[in-house]
Design a protein around this ligand. Structure first.
Ligand SMILES: [Mg+2]
Length: 367
C-alpha cells in the first residue's frame, strides 16, 4: 500500500467582488491543488490556499515546497499520516499551507480506504456544522445592508471584518446589530488592525451589542498587547494570526493571552496538526473555531470534516468558497443551507468531480 503518484495543479479563481480586511484587499485567488494517487487505486484531493501575510507563502512557494516534499513521499504509506507529516517537517521547516495540501489529500485517502466520510473517522461528534458568513469591510451603512442580505440567505451567524478606524468600527457594529436584530450571532475580526489602547476602547464600546468574541485585535507578535487587551476587554478574545501551531497555542494559553483559538488548516499544516491544536486547547478549557483562508470547496470540506469530528471545535467560519465566482468542485464537497454545512454520503472528503478546465493540466507530476 503506497503513494504512487502526486500531481500538482495551479488554480486561479476570482472573487465575486473585492474582499477587504484590515490588512488588504483580495480580488484574485491563486491556490494549489494536489492529487495523490495510490497503488491500490484510491485517489485523494488536497488544496493549499497560501496567505503571504499570515504564513509568508504564495502559490509559487507552495509549488517549490511541494517539489522538495513530493518525491520523498512516493512509495510511502498514505495512511501513516503522522509519519508522513513528520517526513514533511524534516524536509522543510515552515510552509504550512504547502504541507496542508498533502495532509488533506492523505486524509481524503484515509476516508476512502476505510469507506467512511472523514468526519466519522476523526471522531464523528456531529453530522453538520454551523458556519458564519463574513462581511468584507465597507462603510457602516453598506455593511449593515450586507448583514441583512446574509440573514435573508439563512445565515444565523455573521463575522464582521473591522480593524480600520475604531470609532467607525463601533458604528459598523452598532448598525449591523440594529439591522439583524438580537438573535443572530455576531463575532468580529480586526485582523491585527488596532493598537492595544484602540482595541480596549473599541471593545468596551461594542460590548453592549452582544458580540461573541473578537478575533486578533492586535498584531500577532504583540503577545503583551494581547494579554493587556484580554484583561481589559468585556468581549472574549480569540487568537488567529498569533496561533499557527500546537506550540503557539500552548504558549498563548500559558500566558493567559486568549479565550478562544481560530484554527486554520493553512496555518497548522493540515488536519493532523489542526486537531492537535484543538486538543491542547481542550485541555486548557479553551474552545476553538475552524476558519479558512481563501480555499475552494476542497479545503473548505477538509475544515468542515475536522470541525464536525471534534467536540472542542465549537465554531466555524467556513465560507471562503461562497465568495468565489468559479466553482472548482462540480459534484460533491459540502453544502451550505440555512447556515449549516452538511456532508454528502460519499467517503473521505466527498469530492466527486472537479471542473477540468479550471483545474487545467498538472504543473508538476511526481512518480
Ligand atoms: Mg481572522
Amino acid at each position: 500500500m503506497g503513494i504512487q503518484q502526486i500531481e500538482v495543479y495551479h488554480v486561479v479563481l476570482n472573487n465575486k467582488e473585492p474582499f477587504r480586511i484590515a490588512t488588504g484587499v483580495t480580488t484574485e485567488i491563486r491556490n494549489v491543488v494536489v492529487k495523490i494517487v495510490t497503488d491500490y487505486g484510491v485517489i485523494g484531493w488536497g488544496e493549499s490556499s497560501p496567505s503571504q501575510r499570515v504564513t509568508g507563502e504564495n502559490a509559487e512557494t507552495v509549488i517549490k515546497t511541494l517539489d522538495k516534499i513530493a518525491p520523498k513521499l512516493i512509495g510511502k504509506c498514505p495512511l501513516c499520516i503522522e509519519r508522513d507529516v513528520e517526513l514533511m517537517d524534516s524536509i522543510v521547516k515552515e510552509n504550512p499551507a504547502a504541507k496542508a495540501a498533502v495532509d488533506i489529500a492523505l486524509h481524503d485517502i484515509l476516508g476512502k480506504t476505510a469507506r467512511k466520510p472523514l468526519f466519522m473517522l476523526l471522531g464523528g461528534y456531529c453530522t453538520e456544522v454551523l458556519t458564519d458568513l463574513t462581511l468584507s469591510i465597507k462603510t457602516p451603512k453598506e455593511m449593515a445592508k450586507d448583514a441583512q442580505k446574509a440573514v435573508k440567505r439563512g445565515f444565523k451567524a455573521i463575522k464582521v471584518k473591522i480593524g480600520i478606524k475604531p470609532t467607525e468600527d463601533v458604528e459598523r457594529i452598532r448598525l449591523i446589530r440594529e439591522a439583524v436584530g438580537n438573535i443572530i450571532q455576531l463575532r468580529i475580526d480586526a485582523n491585527q488592525g488596532w493598537t492595544p489602547k484602540q482595541a480596549i476602547e473599541a471593545l468596551n464600546k461594542m460590548a453592549k451589542f452582544n458580540i461573541q468574541f473578537a478575533e486578533q485585535p492586535v498584531p500577532a507578535e504583540n503577545m503583551r498587547g494581547l494579554i493587556e487587551v484580554r484583561k481589559n476587554s468585556p468581549i472574549p478574545i480569540m487568537a488567529d494570526e498569533s496561533v499557527h501551531s500546537p506550540e503557539d497555542a500552548l504558549r498563548l494559553i500559558q500566558a493567559e493571552a486568549i479565550d478562544f483559538i481560530n484554527i486554520k488548516l493553512m496555518k497548522s499544516g493540515g488536519i493532523l496538526k489542526g486537531r492537535k491544536i484543538a486538543d491542547v486547547a481542550e485541555a486548557a478549557g479553551i474552545p476553538c473555531m475552524i476558519g479558512c483562508m481563501a480555499e475552494s470547496e476542497i479545503g473548505i470540506a477538509a475544515g468542515a470534516h475536522l470541525a464536525a469530528a471534534v467536540k472542542n471545535i465549537q465554531y466555524a467560519d467556513l465560507d471562503s468558497n461562497l465568495f468565489l465566482k468559479e466553482t472548482l468542485v462540480k459534484e460533491g464537497g459540502t453544502e451550505v443551507k440555512n447556515s449549516m454545512r452538511t456532508f454528502p454520503k460519499q467517503n473521505g472528503l466527498g469530492i466527486q468531480t472537479l471542473d477540468e478546465q479550471l483545474l487545467g493540466k498538472p504543473k508538476k507530476l511526481y512518480k
